[in-house]
Design a protein around this ligand. Structure first.
Ligand SMILES: [Zn+2]
Ligand SMILES: [Zn+2]
Length: 177
């Protein structure tokens, strides 16, 4: 993904200064786990940069229409994503954290510049659902014949049920009665 660099200059020089940052990115798509997603209309971001004293806080929203594949029926599935961006860019690496074993999550203002593209991408990934469905009640594919059960009943389930009834001990009992 392209960098979205902002020069931290006189517009953000003092604590309390804010700078709106909105734009569009022509990102074709992205991968998450074994999922591939495409963004037919790219993505839009609408952020506010705030000088919070010891750093720049980048907060706002990233929006995109996402297209992928339904996890159950493998047909196209699309959803609208609206993800919250929240990233803190410190002016200086805090000394007290330098020796800390724990990984602390922050970015740094480097050469008076910040790059918000990673924060935008992270927000997008964070908000992408783990399970993607074409619709909430997607019936999926028949495990026996592979038919798309949204398009109708293939009959496998019913045949299986009949077979189970025939093989059950109660079926034999019934014949005795
Ligand atoms: Zn589906
Ligand atoms: Zn079937």
């Amino acid at each position: 993904m392209e960098r979205i660099e902002v020069h931290v200059d006189e517009r953000l020089a003092s604590a309390g200064d804010v700078l709106p940052l909105a734009g569009h990115i022509d990102l074709e798509g992205y991968e998450l786990g074994n999922h591939e997603f495409s963004l037919p209309a790219g993505l839009d971001y609408d952020l506010m940069l705030t000088n919070a004293g010891d750093g720049i806080l980048a907060s706002g929203i990233v929006r995109a229409q996402v297209e992928g594949e339904c996890d159950r029926c493998l047909e196209p599935a699309s959803f609208d994503l609206s993800a919250e961006v929240n990233e803190y860019f410190l002016f200086e690496e805090p000394e007290e954290l330098a020796d800390d074993e724990d990984e602390v999550d922050f970015s740094l203002v480097e050469d008076d510049r910040i790059d918000v593209s990673e924060a935008i991408m992270a927000a997008l990934l964070m908000d992408t659902p783990y399970v993607v469905l074409c619709k909430e009640d997607c019936k999926g594919l028949c495990p026996r014949c592979g038919a798309n059960l949204n398009e109708g009943d293939c009959g496998c389930a019913e045949r299986d049920e009949e077979r189970r009834m025939e093989e059950s001990p109660f079926a034999a009992l019934k014949n005795l009665m």
